[in-house]
Design a protein around this ligand. Structure first.
Ligand code: B1M
Length: 232
């Protein structure tokens, strides 16, 4: 009521504002997240720092409490919506680049899985690094990935999975490419919280990418190697 102190985001120093953002993300407060992102941008923060130090950090707390049964799907959905609103402000800034196209990537979340925040972030960062991105969204069967790779003449296939039950589907896609004799035509990168390097190797991916920054670096290095092979 009247004695409840109102928090003025713009008056908080950076460290307190970031903590407040993590709280607001937890509470699914979309407008507060949008305001805070704009405040940090005005203060000269880079879009990447805002993403990683406030939004991704906040979502980690949400994830832990979801795991521990403190938060439930509706609350997590609200947090995800708030996160997406913040990402929407940052996207044009992350993808602002005059760089020549580095290559084309088809990316999507695998069949049975509707988590898309990490996949969207990878797409944004890759675009920012000069890659062309064809985003297939969520819940993709192998046929959709393969049709898009062929239609788009893509260089890279990126797959995301957040569930231990959906990550094995990545192997189904890779196996299908192999059976069609097309595995060698594409660089296959995989990512998502439950994966690790060993899993990436075991399913026959070219690399497991722990986060969006690693996805960019890996894609750049593998495209360079590919060009050298073609030239040599
Ligand atoms: Co879900 N969920 N969820 N969820 N959810 C997890 C994944 C979970 C770990 C939560 C937990 O228990 N701690 C757990 C999975 C447990 C397991 O499999 N072992 C879980 C569960 C159980 C579920 C449901 C089954 C819950 C239910 O219904 N009972 C259900 C499944 C629905 C389905 O998919 N069929 C479900 C639903 C949901 C919501 C809809 C509520 C929501 C998704 C909203 C959305 O995405 N639009 C949601 C959320 C938000 C989460 C958590 C909390 C956060 C995920 C996220 O966005 N992280 C998550 C907990 C967690 O991961 N700690 C959880 C932030 C994002 C930036 O990180 O996605 O890891 P991440 O992406 C990173 C890297 O992994 C990497 O780069 C990204 C950026 O750095 N990366 C790639 C990701 N994809 C890549 C692809 C690449 C490269 C790198 O390609 C080249």
């Amino acid at each position: 009521m009247a004695d409840e102190e109102e928090i003025i985001l713009a008056e908080l120093p950076d460290d307190e504002l970031v903590l407040q953002m993590m709280d607001d993300l937890y509470d699914g407060l979309k407008e507060e997240i949008e305001d805070a992102v704009n405040i940090l941008l005005d203060r000269g923060w880079t879009p990447y720092d805002i993403l990683t130090k406030s939004l991704v950090a906040g979502m980690t707390v949400v994830g832990n409490d979801f795991r521990d049964g403190i938060l439930f799907v509706p609350e997590v959905l609200l947090a995800a919506q708030a996160m997406k609103a913040g990402m929407a402000i940052l996207k044009p800034l992350l993808v602002e680049t005059g760089a020549p196209k580095m290559g084309k990537m088809v990316i999507g979340t695998v069949k049975g899985d509707i988590h898309d925040i990490g996949k969207n972030l990878v797409g944004m960062m890759m675009e920012g690094a000069g890659f062309e991105i064809i985003d297939l969204g969520i819940n993709n069967p192998a046929e959709d990935y393969i049709a898009a790779l062929e239609r788009e003449g893509a260089d890279i296939l990126g797959m995301s999975a957040l569930l231990t039950t959906t990550m094995p589907y990545m192997k189904t896609v890779i196996d299908q490419l192999t059976q069609m004799g097309k595995r060698g035509d594409y660089i296959v990168l995989v990512g998502g919280a439950p994966l690790n390097e060993e899993f990436g190797r075991a399913i026959g991916a070219d690399a497991y990418c722990k986060d969006a920054a690693v996805a960019v670096e890996t894609a750049k290095a593998m495209m360079a190697r590919r060009h050298n092979q073609v030239a040599g």
